[in-house]
Write a protein that binds this ligand. Structure first.
Ligand code: GLA
Ligand code: ZN
Length: 683
């Protein structure tokens, strides 16, 4: 039984709101008044304030101005709208950069940026930190105990790197700590005797400048780890600053999908709730819209899985349209609701937007908003927002419920970074992210939502784990997989698994390393990268598995496998690997370890997934094309979400219960209109 844990008990339901920038309209009280009326009409119960307000808060150094904010927060609160209050460190006022130029970032060529833009500060700069501490402290002192404040929104979309001398020094200190203050440990880990790159002291080491050292792979990886650590440290410093005034206000920081520059898994422990900003390229010309939507669901799963015991938040999404994509296509009718409900189905307790009202000028003036320049409730977008607002009210009892998935996919930043940077394979078709996402999507099409966890994550609640291209292994992961399988788990790995350790040093004695060779009952001897139009195929070994695959296409990669005790499920049909093992299964203790030695289309791997799910006793059921299924649980209630991203009406087999969107009883079939959503509550 799952205890219901809503993020915001005061709200009594799902949070519906978004970024709101009243500081742009302080000379228009009529507009500010109208905004509140329209928010209420749209069922909006929260606003994220102050994200980029520093130059209004502190127009000149040391001169503070918060009265306007207090008036806004009070007024919203009186109207039933709560505030998520940001720290304004996402963009710096001009006076700050003029007086403290070290706050401005230095790029990978060593050139200092000029003033402007946002999200581009030096996270190390003591002067910048001092200024942030002052402004955050002043805001927290004044507002941290206001009853309308729900949460702190720390800065905005942390990201990027700085190559200044202060950061260089801090990187050296980070390395000294990491390598126990012994430069020989670093020389070994970085394999610096190669190309005569040996160091004799930590202060000789640079960040991987674009015009400097960028071929020492572990150096690049350690730099990425350092950048995460420095950003985490900065974020923690902001959290500590606001918490000095009231430590009970929870904190979040809005992250960016599977952003490449920071290891969010290492930042998550500092936050009370995970949140992210979602801007899918819906209705594009290269895939059906439900495929795009499933990619968004992957990101939802990633953030949910970072704190699986509680709901997470959709901090930003676009009402109608964005303005910064190559093609800013308007969301087609019905998709506002579908995407908002997808977030809830995936485990969020919030549907929030960028933005509530469009700004009149500058670069985001045409970005979608709940309230358009027209300023009325008559726009299509406003009506769709209000419609979703009503649906969220109808399903308010799902707030605080959580997922309970038995399948996990391993995806993490360290391995991703290592795969992307390795000088091997085919530069064109490494496609680490797409490979993982496609496998995750193939599971979704079988009606199975997988959590997405790092290799250091907790395996214990899962019955099936799939680890695509787990090239880099952290210490102890081999043993963890071995115990997982021995204890009855179903584990699947693919080609390019277990080649290197956490320092990107190759395992000796045969891949996959760390004892995984025994777990899978094989050694991978060669990996062959294929040209984009090269194809091989595999055929099943007769009688080897219940759900035999037919002949399947191989593309991009094929490994030459030496079988050492595993059963061969499929062999290659052509090329120099003809008749060699392509897919194997090894029984170890109570579980099974599968190895897929070549790249197949994810949908062609269904027969392996089905076998693993059946071995594990995990329920699954194929869904109609375009339909997504998710579930959440609280107390003894189960909430099954069905989202129909296609235009066709479909009939779905479901549990009998109460459909919450319409408030009608359902039996075991559910009719879902094209672009329809349903939430079936059962026991
Ligand atoms: C990001 C930012 C917002 C806004 C939106 C526009 O997510 O956090 O401030 O710029 O993009 O899509
Ligand atoms: Zn710096």
């Amino acid at each position: 039984m799952k205890i219901r844990k809503p993020i915001f008990p005061a709200v009594k339901g799902i949070l519906h709101g978004g970024d709101y920038n009243p500081e742009q309209w302080l000379d228009r009280p009529d507009i500010l008044k109208k905004d509140v009326e329209l928010m209420k009409e749209a069922g909006i119960n929260s606003a994220s304030l102050g994200i980029f307000s520093w130059s209004v808060y502190e127009p000149r150094e040391g001169e503070f101005n918060f009265d306007w904010l207090e008036e806004i927060i009070n007024n919203l609160y009186e109207n039933g709208i709560y505030t998520i209050l940001a720290t304004p460190s996402g963009a710096r006022p001009a006076w700050l950069d003029a007086k403290y130029p070290e706050a401005m970032r230095v790029d990978a060529y060593g050139v200092r940026n000029r003033h402007g833009l946002r999200h581009n500060h030096c996270m190390t700069s003591p002067e910048y930190r001092k200024k942030v501490e002052i402004i955050d402290g002043k805001i927290a002192e004044r507002f941290a105990n206001h009853p309308g404040i729900l949460m702190w929104h720390i800065s905005n979309e942390f990201g990027g790197e700085c190559y200044c001398d202060l950061c260089r020094k801090k990187f050296q200190e980070y390395l000294a700590d990491r390598y126990d203050h012994n430069i020989e440990n670093l020389n070994t880990a970085w394999w610096t005797t190669f190309w005569s790159h040996r160091y004799t002291s930590f202060d000789q080491i640079d960040p991987p400048y674009s015009n400097g050292e960028n071929c020492v792979l572990c150096q690049t990886l350690d730099w990425k780890r350092f950048t995460t650590e420095n950003t985490r440290d900065f974020m923690k410093f902001e959290i500590d600053t606001v918490h000095r005034f009231n430590k009970d206000i929870p904190v979040t920081a809005n992250f960016m999908e599977i952003y490449d520059g920071l290891d969010y898994h290492n930042m998550a422990p500092e936050l009370d709730y995970m949140s992210w900003d979602s801007y899918p390229k819906l209705h594009n010309d290269y895939e059906p819209v439900w495929e795009t939507a499933l990619r968004t669901a992957f990101s939802h799963s990633l953030f949910r899985s970072m704190k699986p015991d509680r709901p997470f938040m959709l901090m930003e999404s676009a009402p109608g349209v964005v303005n910064w994509q190559e093609v800013n296509k308007v969301r087609r009718p019905g998709f506002h609701k579908l995407m908002g409900m997808q977030a809830v189905a995936s485990g969020t307790d919030t549907v929030q937007y960028f933005q509530i009202r469009k700004s009149r000028g500058s670069s985001e003036q045409f970005h979608g908003a709940v309230i358009d320049h027209m300023g009325t409730n008559e726009t299509r977008v406003f009506k769709e927002v209000a419609d979703l607002g009503q649906v969220l009210k109808n399903i308010s009892e799902v707030a605080g419920s959580i997922a309970d998935n038995k399948v996990a996919l391993i995806w993490d930043w360290d391995n991703r970074w290592a795969v992307e940077d390795v000088r091997y394979l085919s530069q064109e078709s490494k496609k680490f992210d797409d490979t993982c996402i496609d496998i995750w999507k193939a599971l979704m099409k079988l009606g199975v939502e997988a959590d997405i966890i790092p290799q250091d994550g907790d395996f214990s609640k899962y019955k099936v784990i799939i680890a695509p291209m787990m090239y880099l292994l952290h210490d102890g992961v081999g043993d963890k997989i071995k115990s997982f399988v021995s204890d009855g788990g179903q584990f699947m790995a693919t080609y390019f698994t277990g080649y290197v350790d956490k320092s990107t040093l190759c395992y000796l004695g045969g891949f996959p390393g760390q004892g995984l060779s025994e777990v899978f009952g094989l050694v991978s001897e060669e990996i062959d990268a294929l040209y984009p139009t090269d194809r091989n195929s595999i055929k099943p070994v007769k009688g080897a598995n219940a759900k035999e695959a037919s002949r399947l296409e191989v593309k991009d990669y094929q490994e030459l496998i030496r079988v050492k005790g595993s059963e061969v499920l499929a062999v290659y049909e052509n090329d120099y690997v003809k008749d060699e093992a392509a897919i194997t299964r090894n029984t170890l203790g109570k579980g099974r370890a599968y190895y897929v030695g070549c790249r197949l289309n994810a949908s062609d791997m269904e027969f392996i997934f089905e076998e693993m799910l059946e071995n594990a006793g995990v329920e699954y059921g194929k869904l109609p094309v375009g339909v997504e299924y998710h579930s959440r649980f609280a107390e003894d209630n189960r909430y099954d979400f069905y989202l129909n991203f296609s235009d066709e009406a479909v009939e779905i087999q479901c549990r009998a219960g109460l459909e919450l969107v319409t408030g009608t009883k359902t039996d075991s079939t559910l009719k879902l209109e094209g672009r329809g959503v349903a939430v079936v509550k059962s026991k």
